[in-house]
Design a protein around this ligand. Structure first.
Ligand SMILES: C[S@@+](CC[C@H](N)C(=O)[O-])C[C@H]1O[C@@H](n2cnc3c(N)ncnc32)[C@H](O)[C@@H]1O
Length: 296
């Protein structure tokens, strides 16, 4: 599929999508609000950063986006190469590095992680933050990551592993009935995209193979294309020393439900508590995970 014209069309559409993504007031995300981010991701993000800092100094970030993480750890002394599909995002990452005064410790490259060849034995640490679930050729990329790490190098990932069908159906129902920033009329229109929302990884891959990905995510054909396959792909080539699942379900409503400001963060903390409780009772797996792995 990789060299085919169809792949080129899809990946160009994907790059355009990521270059154009903007804040949507009807569909706010947790990471748009620092207080919500702290509640749902704060602890795990700090652990992620701590592990990366412990392994530097030469770091590669996969799917670095606008360079937020790369620039943050470059500011703490690491030398970071960031790779992202979107030329626009890479340009913004370079500007961010300039403004933060770390341009000499960062390098940003626009490239496709599905097809890239990484240099051998170059990095002490490879990291991915919320990026691997968009990678179609996850197995191939894991091989490249393994080759690019120095002996004893670490692979540190904070990513999305999907919610599972039962929880997705429940999320769709609750989203439809709860008061959200998206008005009910707009939500009614969303029913046409229900199939895409409920599709699991296998269904998405089949749709792409059959040339029917447009029936799922037209603008972002590789949206969540890898979810449950990320950890097995890592385990095949690395020894996993830390695996921490979190945010199985309730996090989904953290930024979306419309509440008076005074209640918003109290409800968010309750949702996080409910998610931790679900995990403790093993009623759901984490939709997110933090993982540290080392070269075999
Ligand atoms: C959810 S964003 C996360 C960005 C950043 N890591 C962060 O946490 O802010 C996913 C990123 O993966 C990038 N991406 C998606 N497919 C890619 C590919 N095939 N090759 C390289 N980057 C890709 C997107 O351009 C986007 O910047």
């Amino acid at each position: 599929m990789h060299n085919s014209e169809r792949y080129e069309t899809l990946i160009q559409r994907e790059a355009k999508h990521w270059g154009a993504v903007q804040f949507d007031p009807q569909n706010p995300q947790i990471w748009h609000d620092p207080r919500l981010f702290e509640i749902f991701f704060g602890k795990e993000y700090r652990l992620f950063r701590e592990r990366v800092l412990a392994h530097g100094p030469r770091v590669l970030e996969l799917g670095c986006g606008d360079g937020k993480f790369s620039v943050e750890v470059a500011g703490l002394g690491l030398h970071v190469t960031g790779i992202d599909l979107s030329v626009e995002r890479i340009e913004r990452a370079r500007q961010r590095a300039q403004s933060a005064g770390v341009a000499d410790r960062t390098r940003f490259l626009a490239d496709d992680l599905n097809t890239i060849s990484l240099p051998s034995g170059e990095y002490d640490c490879v990291v991915a933050h919320d990026a691997l679930h968009h990678i179609f050729a996850i197995d191939r990329l894991m091989e490249e990551v393994g080759r690019s790490l120095k002996p004893g190098g670490a692979f540190i990932v904070l990513d999305y592993a999907g919610m599972g069908r039962f929880w997705r159906i429940l999320a769709a129902i609750l989203y439809a009935v709860l008061p959200t920033y998206q008005p009910y009329q707009a939500k009614w229109q969303l029913r046409k995209r229900l199939k895409a929302f409920l599709a699991n990884e296998t269904e998405k891959r089949v749709a792409i193979a059959l040339g029917k990905s447009a029936s799922l995510h037209h603008d972002s054909p590789f949206e969540e294309i890898s979810q449950r396959s990320i950890v097995p792909a890592i385990e095949k080539r690395f020894v996993v020393s830390t695996y921490h699942p979190f945010n199985p379900f309730f996090f989904y409503f953290g930024a979306k439900v419309r509440l008076p400001v005074g209640l918003k963060y109290i409800v968010a903390r309750t949702l996080r508590w409910l998610d931790d409780f679900l995990l403790m009772l093993r009623l759901a797996h984490g939709a997110y995970f933090l993982l540290e792995a080392h070269k075999r």
